[in-house]
Design a protein around this ligand. Structure first.
Ligand SMILES: NC(=O)c1ccc[n+]([C@@H]2O[C@H](COP(=O)([O-])OP(=O)(O)OC[C@H]3O[C@@H](n4cnc5c(N)ncnc54)[C@H](OP(=O)(O)O)[C@@H]3O)[C@@H](O)[C@H]2O)c1
Length: 343
């Protein structure tokens, strides 16, 4: 039994098959009318107002993510909306009428739809004054950047090597690093992003594709005591970064944007210079941090968003029916900001 309005059908973007190629992904995403199932006691129904696309969505569609869901399934890992119905459990009922930011990492349908069924623990109440754009992208990237920068801070690193620095998480890492007075060596792959980041006040920005990248990074990492690297790339880049860092450094791998296995790790660096590589997964961090700390951190992130310290950039909004155009736009312009589906 549930309280509130339960529509029978909704429009949704459904993934029908996994495909390694982007063209296959575009073929396999279909906009359909879908029946809504009834709510469990510990579930809420969210009327979605906006949902972004992240690199993890694309990796998931390609079958290259840690989460493999039974198909067909509604796409989308995060978004925002208003709770319009709930099962009979207290935690679910409490959310009725509230604006929430949601994420969907469990099995089952995602957020690129008119409605999304969520567990209360996957709903973050949104503060009054936080706009829809910010709320839609609240749950994943800002928190990831906070957690990663905090790990660097705890380790005592004077400087962070920040890969994919022109992207959204890379941008938020810069904000949190400045707050904690930690220096940054930013890595990008386009010269235009060196100019852009320098205009925002960054001193050290390197192009990973330049001929002298390895020497430049090694010199800076030693001069600035960069003993933590936050790596969203993987592949050969992780090996190059590890090699460039001082003895005792740690590379925290949190993304696989290169699409490659880790490569070129010099075993001597690990054995004789005590360098380490660890993985970071936000879902594990949330579990480990506990509900009280998690709530406090999310509240602080919303405050920063309202002050404008942390700003989500949206390059374009799309209707669900425009999913193909939307993904082509995003895949071609990753550093220009997120694309947002408005159902
Ligand atoms: N582990 C976790 O829990 C967790 C949580 C959140 C995010 N992530 C990961 O964090 C990463 C960044 O996500 P995001 O949402 O911040 O991305 P985003 O805003 O879409 O930006 C991606 C950035 O990476 C750059 N890039 C893409 N492919 C690259 C490559 N092969 N080599 C070098 N640079 C490349 C892009 O630059 P160009 O303009 O040059 O394309 C862009 O600046 C993703 O891998 C995501 O899965 C992980």
């Amino acid at each position: 039994m549930s309280v509130g309005i339960m529509p029978e059908k909704m429009k949704a973007v459904v993934l029908t098959e996994y495909s390694a190629s982007l063209s296959g992904v575009l073929r396999n995403l279909q906009v359909t009318e879908k029946s809504l199932r009834s709510l469990g006691d510990d579930e809420v129904l969210v009327k979605m107002t906006a949902a972004p696309c992240n690199p993890s969505d694309i990796a998931f569609f390609r079958g290259m993510y840690d989460i493999i869901k039974p198909l067909p399934v509604v796409a989308g890992f995060e978004g925002t909306g208003t709770v319009i119905a709930a099962g009979k459990d207290g935690k679910a009922l409490y959310l009725v009428g509230k604006r929430v930011s949601v994420f969907s990492k469990d099995e089952g349908d995602g957020t690129w739809a008119e409605y999304f069924i969520a567990k209360p623990e996957n709903c973050i109440p949104v503060k009054e004054g936080l706009n829809t754009t910010q709320a839609a992208c609240l749950a994943i990237n800002p928190l990831t950047a906070y957690a990663l920068t905090d790990l660097a801070h705890i380790s005592g690193s004077k400087t962070i090597i920040n890969t994919a620095a022109a992207g959204q998480t890379g941008g938020f890492i810069r904000v949190f690093a400045r707050e904690k007075n930690i220096g940054l060596i930013n890595l990008v792959r386009k010269d235009e992003h060196i100019t852009k980041l320098k205009e925002t006040g960054e001193t050290y920005v390197l192009n990973i594709l330049s001929n002298d990248f390895q020497e430049q990074l090694s010199k800076l990492a030693h001069d600035l005591r960069a003993t933590v690297a936050l790596d969203a790339l993987g592949g050969e880049w992780s090996g190059k970064i590890v090699e460039a860092m001082p003895a005792g450094s740690q590379l925290i791998l949190y993304g696989g944007l290169s699409g490659q296995y880790l490569a070129n790790i010099n075993v001597l660096e690990i054995i004789f210079r005590q360098k380490t590589i660890i993985g970071f997964n936000l879902a594990d961090w949330i579990k480990d941090s506990g509900p009280v700390n998690y709530g406090l951190v999310m509240s602080g992130i919303q405050e920063r968003m309202m002050k404008g310290t942390i700003q989500i950039t949206i390059q374009k909004t799309f209707k669900l029916e425009e999913v193909v155009r939307a993904l082509l736009q995003y895949a071609g312009h990753l550093s220009d900001g997120k694309i947002l589906f408005i159902p």
